[in-house]
Write a protein that binds this ligand. Structure first.
Ligand SMILES: [Zn+2]
Length: 64
């Protein structure tokens, strides 16, 4: 599994992240959270095509 990176700019909440990454996509891509090293499923896509997921433990968005 690939190490992930924090999404920039940082989202203040999961709701803010989901607003910025409005499309739900089953990408099948998992990354290692840069904070807690748990698996983060990248299930959302932003308008620019960027994919991301939310780490509940770190309360922060991660991507590739
Ligand atoms: Zn984490």
């Amino acid at each position: 599994m690939k190490p992930g990176q924090w999404l920039q700019p940082r989202h203040g909440s999961q709701e803010a992240f989901e607003k910025d990454y409005p499309k739900i996509e089953a990408t099948g891509v998992d990354v290692i959270c840069p904070g807690c090293k748990e698996t983060v499923h990248l299930t959302r896509r932003g308008p620019t095509g960027k994919i991301g997921g939310w780490c509940k433990r770190c309360n922060r968005g991660a991507g590739v």
